[in-house]
Design a protein. Sequence first.
Length: 510
Amino acid sequence: MATANPFQDPARFRRRVRPCALVIFGANGDLTHRKLMPALYQLALERRLPAGFAVIGNSRTEMSDEQFREKMREGVIKFLEDSKFEEQVWRDFATGISYIAGDLRDPACYGALANRIEENSRTRQTGGDVLFYLSTQPSHYGAAIEGLGASGLARGSGWRRLVVEKPFGRDTVTAHELNQTLHKVFPEEEVYRIDHYLGKETVQNILAFRFGNGIFEPLWNRRYISHVQITAAESIGVEGRGAYYQEAGALRDMIQNHLLQIMATIAMEPPAVFEPNAVRDERAKLLRSIRIMSHDEVATHAVAGQYGPASVGGNELPGFRQETGVSPDARIDTYAAVNFQVDNWRWAGVPFYIRSGKRLPKRVTDIAIRFNSAPHTLFANESPDSAIWSRPNLLILRVQPEEGISLRFLSKHPGSGMRLRPVSMDFKYGSSFGVRSPSAYETLLVDALTGDLTLYTRQDMVEASWRAVQPILDVWASRKFEFPNYPAGSWGPQESDDMLARHGHAWRTP
């Protein structure tokens, strides 16, 4: 009689993860114990992983298997968000967790990994299938990729895939160089460039919302949509990551990757079929359609900001230059706003306003699609308040903190006459489906383990998004800003509001 698999419930989940090994480079880092291991534990808890699943951690720190398991256990307990930690589930799952200390530039490290992979193939029936995950500093990507190629680990008896965390380069040139390094060892179809925003339920639901319904797609164009706003706001500062952030900045850290991928999903053409390359082809086409700014246009189409100290709610908040690890004359952007234009038949003339910043009033990521006003204000005499007519139909897709969709429209106020007022129809994932939404990393890990590239970015997509922001990076690198130019706890610099006002628009307050 076959033993029931404690990590697999085929009746509940359609896609099956078969026994395989996950090798995490940089396993002693923040990402692994904050995101990757809690996501893997959650998948084990929900029986979405096979009993033979194996995790091999690697970093330079000397640790035994047991020490590594205990550290990962502590991370799961601390960062598990939606479920209760179950000791027995962890014990069963942890039997497949092991650790190998070694430097990525040392050939002996790859020899030890090869032996462990072979051992798992025998003892856990993984069949030589391996997913390599680069969770290291980007400066180590090249060494890891070359090491996998030189050791022969990039090829084996089973499939071999590579997950690469962002950033994918620092600009157009370095992104192209990274892709060349990748393709010397792994073909494009085995490279999984992870962008966790694409794994969020609301971002995925954009495809279902647009292409699974016949209501909105006929209106999804320049004839009916005035403009689109994409906001990714954080209320926190750099939280001890000042040294990293003063090299990256908001434009590189958020807009070039996460938010341009969201924009591509919002604005792409319908794919002929729902399969990875068809979907990614349309995203890539949209990114290539973004108008490349001249250096002169950057001044009116892009705004940089940096937060200064302020008192908010009785708390004294430091400015960016007062954060730990930040230079007192740092010139990097902690806020960026850009007006992107798309040169195609669907979106010509429709601005896509994208903004992202640190130390803003609240944590929120959403997409606001503002429709054109009705051509004639038929009920103006009954509803003389002009503010009503300045608030036309608005579709809001909330990515975080609470995922859902809201549609705002005008409705008659109860009573006699035709007085109108704005109302909203709201859809919330939690209350509508009554189940927990998987985290982005849960979704994306399962996709990589099952070979689904739909939600991963492709080489041409990465390079197209870098081309879209490269003129801004070039101009900002040589421009002297009067930083700080917005106080912590505000919605950014005045120049950002002015950028929209020139087109008769205003930022929506989420």
